[in-house]
Ligand binder design. Structure first.
Ligand SMILES: NC(=O)c1ccc[n+]([C@@H]2O[C@H](COP(=O)([O-])OP(=O)(O)OC[C@H]3O[C@@H](n4cnc5c(N)ncnc54)[C@H](O)[C@@H]3O)[C@@H](O)[C@H]2O)c1
Length: 101
């Protein structure tokens, strides 16, 4: 299966990318490479023939249309986000504040 995965350079997305490649899927990783991204997390699959990286902001509809037309994925997994859970923990003082504010 060819999976178009957004946020594949993030914490969760990169783990899914590695798992999907290990299970024999094709992966198109669409990530804008914001502050939260870390391409080191997908370095182990970067040269794999089933892996493609597209640096695209998913808010850019024209660019995203181009990615869909180019790769014709079978499925989409949307994991791009501004969340960056680690940073949330640093910016807010305590776990209680983080979860209940
Ligand atoms: N980390 C967790 O423990 C956890 C737990 C449960 C659910 N989630 C959910 O999983 C999702 C991903 O979380 P994460 O921790 O991997 O986040 P993350 O911040 O580590 O990664 C997000 C990725 O999305 C990319 N991104 C952000 N805006 C983008 C845009 N406009 N276009 C393209 N790419 C963009 C970033 O560059 C980054 O690589 C979120 O919806 C989060 O709520 C995370």
């Amino acid at each position: 299966m060819k999976i178009l995965l957004t946020g594949g350079a993030g914490f969760i997305g990169s783990a899914v990318v590695r798992l999907a490649i290990a299970r024999g899927h094709h992966v198109v990783n669409v990530d804008a490479l914001t502050y939260a991204a870390c391409l080191d997390n997908v370095a182990s699959v970067a040269e794999h023939p089933n892996y493609v990286f597209e640096q695209v902001d998913i808010r850019d509809c024209a660019a995203l249309d181009g990615v869909f037309a180019k790769h014709t994925p079978d499925a989409v997994m949307h994991l791009a986000a501004e969340s960056h859970v680690d940073l949330s923990g640093i910016l807010r003082s305590t776990p209680r504040t983080m979860f209940f504010s």
